[in-house]
Design a protein around this ligand. Sequence first.
Ligand code: ADP
Ligand code: ASP
Ligand code: MG
Length: 409
Amino acid sequence: MSLIVQKYGGTSVGTAERIRNVAERILDYHRQGHQVVAVVSAMAGVTNRLIELASDVTGPDHTPTEREMDVLLATGEQTTIALTAMAINAMGGKAVSLTGAQAGIETDGVHTKARISNITPSEVHRFLDEGNIVILAGFQGRTPEGRITTLGRGGSDLTAIAMAAAIDADLCQIFTDVDGVYTCDPRVVPVAKKLDEISYDELLEMASSGTKVMQSRSVEFAKKFGVRFEVRSSLNDNPGTLVREETMSMESVVIRGVSLERDQAKVTITGVGDHPGTASKIFGPVAGANVIIDMIVQNVSKTGITDISFTLNKADLAKAETALKPVLAELGESVTMEAEDGIAKLSVVGIGMRSHAGVAAQMFETLSAAGVNIQMISTSEIKITVTVSEDQIETAAQAVHDAFGLAKA
Ligand code: ADP
Ligand code: ASP
Ligand code: MG
């Protein structure tokens, strides 16, 4: 008998029929003699609809408090746990639903992107020991004072990984609407290949550069606590992708995958002085406005004057501009700000890059041959990222995927 944690994402529980499909699959595992904790997401589209509803009632001039946002968003998953448990019970199984709070998931108080601080899974164990299947609400927890919190978009992945670590599960399975982790989003690159395995570091870099198949914080957590997990389909029985610590043989592959992220924007501050304090004057107010920035590029200055550019999510552009306007005058008379959206990010990721030269050159040559202009470049030990015009991102991704020989045979 094994103890298994499974997670079913929004599309997998998107309709009553899909919930019944998930209920059957969970029951199958249970009838094989396993103990099962199944984490479920809100039904597809529900979280987005709740966010829209919130702005409909507050109007454009007000933002709802994040405390109330979390009370609202947590209802999406609460609906699915009840429906899934009901479906299993109707099929003759024995299931109980638990909210994040009931399952002992404690978080800090940073509403809408809370971090898990502790898990006390005594109720989970009690229900499992009584022979129940436990259906657990993803994406949510509670603060020590009892306030409801949520774990950031895609946070049900984190619930599953963290619960697997807390109850020392034998197996953690993330069921989704594709067969596993592919060399690139199969919706953009149809010839993308499913990977049999991938290291935590590679998936972490891919997830944090736009590969939405796993929430990046969940991969970070899995790495930290050594939780191996598989990503596989809820719609068939094909073998999925095993995510684990890296092995020697993984290094022989130079590029594991290609990530893309749309809806990016770029801000350039031109004509700033090249002296201590400039960057902090720019980035302090941006951070103060709670805007997360991504790539930063500062030109080398020959004349004591330079430009600083950074990228951010398009949705945060207006907030960043508002925060920076008052700073411009302080930075100097000739300082200007240019903002543009319509930008996307393309990254190639692979641990083999550490020991192989020429990856960047090959990527740039490929983009040039495809007629794609590179706007900004940044690198880490196992990743190279460029920004390009958003309308060229699919061409760019397909060309780079092809050039590194990632397509399926
Ligand atoms: P869930 O609702 O199960 O959490 P998500 O929508 O969050 O599912 O993630 C699955 C989606 O991730 C797929 O439908 C796919 O389009 C997208 N995706 C993006 N990049 C990749 C990739 N490299 N491999 C697999 N799926 C990817
Ligand atoms: N329902 C949440 C979201 O849409 C959490 C999740 O699906 O993992 O982001
Ligand atoms: Mg997801």
